[in-house]
Every structure is written in C-alpha cells, then in structure tokens.
Design a protein around this ligand. Structure first.
Ligand SMILES: [Ca+2]
Length: 123
C-alpha cells in the first residue's frame, strides 16, 4: 500500500506592527512559531493570508554572516526571493519579510505585521 502525504502549515496573519523578535515571541506564545514556508503550496497559502501587507516570516540569521535559518528549526528547502535578494545590505539585514509578495531580508528592528504558523498537519 502506498501512502502519499504532504506537510503543510496553517498560517495566521497578525496585523500588529512589531520588530522581528517580538513577532517570534508572540507567535511562540500564541501559536507554534513565526511562519515557516517549506514549499510552493505553503507559499501560496501564506500569501492568501496576507491582506497586501509586508509581513515578517520566520527566517533569520543569528549573525551578520551566518546562513538564514527557520525559527522553528525546519530545513531550508524552498525560497521565493525578490530579484537581487537576499542581499544582507550592510550585513545588518538578518530577518526576512514578505515584500510585494516575494521575500526580502530586512533589518530586524523594523516594525511590520507578521505571520505565525500552527504546527504542521498531514493530509
Ligand atoms: Ca535585503
């Protein structure tokens, strides 16, 4: 017997504008974590939850030169960058947001609405 499944995330848009760390804290308190995007279908679902807003997602660096990692420890398997991104401008863009429907690394102290996710579900 063959069982096909995929793992997807449930996303929740939070309209309050906060810095990336505060978004992570809020998501960990109220959901599972700040949003992880593992594949195209995740990305499509994520964009559907956004009311045309630029929003934090759960991708960040822990220093100026380290690779981007997901807040919840997920493997980095998919990305949807704006052209020319991530550029880590001045080595201080350690956090990632959705900017005009694609991803951009940004200074973490900037305030944006954000997206949390609730675990993973199987279907
Ligand atoms: Ca950038």
């Amino acid at each position: 017997m063959c069982v096909a499944f995929s793992q997807l995330h449930d996303y929740f848009f939070v309209p309050e504008k906060v810095n990336w760390s505060d978004a992570q804290t809020y998501c960990r308190q109220h959901y599972t974590d700040i949003a992880t995007v593992n594949n195209q279908q995740d990305n499509d679902n994520l964009l559907k939850t956004l009311p045309n807003a630029n929003s934090w997602i759960g991708l960040c660096r822990t220093s100026g030169t380290t690779p981007l990692i997901w807040s919840d420890g997920s493997n980095f398997t998919y990305a949807d960058w704006q052209p020319g991104q991530p550029n880590n401008y001045n080595n201080i863009q350690w956090c990632v947001n959705i900017y005009q429907k694609h991803w951009n690394d940004q200074e973490c102290y900037l305030k944006f609405p954000f997206v949390c996710h609730l675990g993973e579900f199987f279907f």
